[in-house]
Design a protein around this ligand. Structure first.
Ligand code: PEP
Length: 248
């Protein structure tokens, strides 16, 4: 049985106080959910939000990380720095990092390898653009991003990671993939994982859906057989919306 995970991706939003207030509200609603809940804040908020989530069941996540141990990488943040902030998760390969900041599959892979070596759970995002979907390239894009992203990852490590299927056309657009589309893509990802790692391992890996998840579509998404949770952007910034999702 895979334990569902709902992770909020706050992106470049919220102050220390706003984030703390949000965590307080989420925590008050935690008794009424069975799912694991995480909030992924910007690097500068990790200390503040790390304090806010202490003694709650809420996990802490970062939104990015560099693959090198340390050194001359101005503006970057290392795995050890994330560990010092007591981070559980790190989002890797989000489409905004890929499309705005030029992150390649190779860079995503180096980050996934590094995170796993430090026992930080990567949430590796993969997903097709609208053009790719319309050109019927969805599965080939997912296969490439998946295979390149997890290159060199052992079955033992793979079991612990999280994958998020995030169709780029559904992120921040208000357009949600239908539950059938999301379920089909996630089923495909799992079947590729099975080819790479065999069945017991592929059955353990959690695969989330992300793309305009809201309280009013969370139930049908979370009820899909293949879907193990959600990565939530916009709706994770408002307490009522995020609580509505975690209590789907
Ligand atoms: C995201 O940024 O990962 C995301 C899914 O955003 P939104 O929920 O706003 O579409």
């Amino acid at each position: 049985m895979r334990n569902p995970l709902i992770a909020g991706n706050w992106k470049m939003n919220l102050s220390c106080q706003q984030g703390t207030d949000l965590v307080t509200s989420i925590n008050a609603a935690m008794q009424e959910t069975e799912v694991e809940v995480a909030v992924c804040c910007s690097s500068i908020l990790l200390g503040c939000i790390g304090k806010a989530v202490e003694n709650t069941g809420i996990k802490l996540g970062a939104q990015n990380m560099h693959w090198e141990e340390a050194g001359a990488f101005t503006g970057e943040i290392s795995a050890d720095m994330l560990l010092e902030a007591k981070v559980d998760y790190v989002i890797v390969g989000h489409s905004e990092r890929r499309h705005i900041f030029g992150e390649t599959d190779e860079m995503v892979n180096k980050k996934v390898v590094k995170a796993l070596s430090k026992k930080i759970t990567p949430i590796m995002c993969i997903g097709e653009t609208l053009d790719e979907r319309e050109a019927e390239e969805t599965f080939s894009v997912l296969k490439r991003q998946l295979e390149e992203g997890i290159k060199g990852i052992s079955p033992e490590e793979a079991k612990t990671m999280v994958i998020a299927y995030e169709p780029v056309w559904a992120i921040g657009t208000g357009k949600t993939a239908t539950p059938e589309q999301a379920n089909e893509a996630i089923g495909y990802i799992r079947s590729e994982l099975e080819k790479l790692y065999g069945n017991p391992v592929s059955e353990e890996i959690r695969i989330l859906y992300g793309g305009s998840v809201k309280p009013d579509n969370a139930t049908e998404i979370m009820n899909c057989e293949e879907i193990d949770g959600a990565l939530v952007g916009g709706a994770s910034l408002k307490a009522d919306d995020f609580i509505g999702i975690i209590q789907f």
